[in-house]
Design a protein. Sequence first.
Length: 232
Amino acid sequence: MSTGSAESTGTAGTRPHPSARRPHRGALLRLGALLAVLAAAAASLLLWDPSAVLSAAAGPWRMPIALSVYAFGTVAFLPRPALNAGMGVLFGSLWGVPLAVAGSAVGAAVAFALGRGLGREALRPLVRGKVLTEIDRRLSEQGFRSVLLVRLFPGAPFQAGNFACAFSGVRFWPYLAGTVLGVVPTTAAYVVAGASAGSPTSPAFLVSAAVIAAMCVFSALSLWRARPRRSG
């Protein structure tokens, strides 16, 4: 009888029940709430126009409204290049760059809080396979560096990066610091491009386009060098 009990215990210890890795009902409900919030944010854009709100904003509330619209736009899956260019058109390069960077930081923080609080518990058990495991390990162990590299790459979807980090083990402050520093070059380039869009042959516009291209090359080389090496 004791032998059978030991075998049962050993089996249970080496082969956990499949349901042990399945998210429980509460986690799935929170994941559903996250999807509902994101869907509502995206659908709300059918009812109001961010550019119209920004254009109508005036007086001392103009910058806070622009910051709020930008941050909400990132959560609602609006492309950041368009938001950055809009900031350049409305505020020029001097104020457009810091406002866009601040809006990116606020939007990233909100997305991280939503993903970590509502979706991580349900999705963490699903992180399997060599690629997903390696991504999760890099974000957890090299959070600041990994987030910085992702943000430096202009083609990386901003919101996808937010939730990938939220679902991983990366800590909040390295995530936020990597985001703020990482978005500065491309944000500045797009804002300057928007501010100088009226004269596409101007030095400002040409330099901003060159910076975007250079950051693409730099990020691609960095990711290639950071790829896992095969032993032997």
